[in-house]
Write a protein that binds this ligand. Structure first.
Ligand SMILES: CC(C)(COP(=O)(O)OP(=O)(O)OC[C@H]1O[C@@H](n2cnc3c(N)ncnc32)[C@H](O)[C@@H]1OP(=O)(O)O)[C@@H](O)C(=O)NCCC(=O)NCCS
Length: 160
């Protein structure tokens, strides 16, 4: 597996991973790619990738992308689900279904944090549904709960 910086041509793959993240639970009706990208509250995580300040990493296996994690800054006027402040970018992460549970997600998180530090980012935020096992990964990687985003989700922050 190779971890590399996400480039402008990775926009479609990041969109795939955003769709995977939105549809993390098999208990809910799947939202189509079109719907995820068209709805402002989900589509804005990848719209116009890359925008100024965006930072991402992609995991490649044999030249094929299998996972991605990226950061995007939001404003108080157009906040992400995990918004805490305009100078704190929000994390999105997704791994292709066939590659989950093999350490790709943890490796992506760590690689992204390294790049974020180099870019001068001091904190990263995210929103996660409490039932999603991803929350355990975030806790293990040093993210702390800073509040409830909704009845089902928590906002978490990692200080780099
Ligand atoms: C969440 C996600 C990015 C994690 O990536 P991954 O490559 O599957 O995770 P890893 O293999 O690096 O596992 C890291 C930790 O997650 C947990 N984990 C992984 N797979 C798990 C599973 N099937 N059940 C329970 N916990 C699991 C474990 O705590 C694991 O730690 P360990 O290695 O010490 O056991 C990935 O599973 C995914 O894309 N899921 C769907 C989209 C999603 O939920 N995105 C996040 C939205 S907030």
């Amino acid at each position: 597996m190779i971890l590399r910086e996400a480039t402008p041509s990775d926009g479609d793959f990041l969109a795939d991973m955003l769709v995977a993240a939105v549809n993390w639970s098999s208990e809910w009706k799947r939202k189509s790619r079109r719907r995820v990208l068209a709805a402002p509250d989900t589509g804005h995580y990848v719209a116009d990738w890359p925008r100024g300040g965006d930072l991402g990493v992609v995991a490649d296996v044999d030249g094929e992308a299998v996972g991605a994690a990226w950061l995007r800054f939001f404003s108080a006027e157009d906040p992400g689900y995990g918004f805490v402040a305009a100078d704190v970018p929000e994390l999105t992460i997704g791994v292709a279904a066939a590659w989950r549970g093999r350490g790709v997600g943890r490796a992506l998180l760590r690689a992204l944090e390294g790049r974020a530090r180099e870019a001068g980012v001091r904190r990263i935020s995210l929103s996660v549904e409490r039932k999603n096992f991803a929350q355990r990964l975030y806790l293990a990687e040093g993210y702390e709960m800073v509040g409830a985003g909704s009845a089902q989700s928590d906002t978490m922050v990692k200080v780099l």
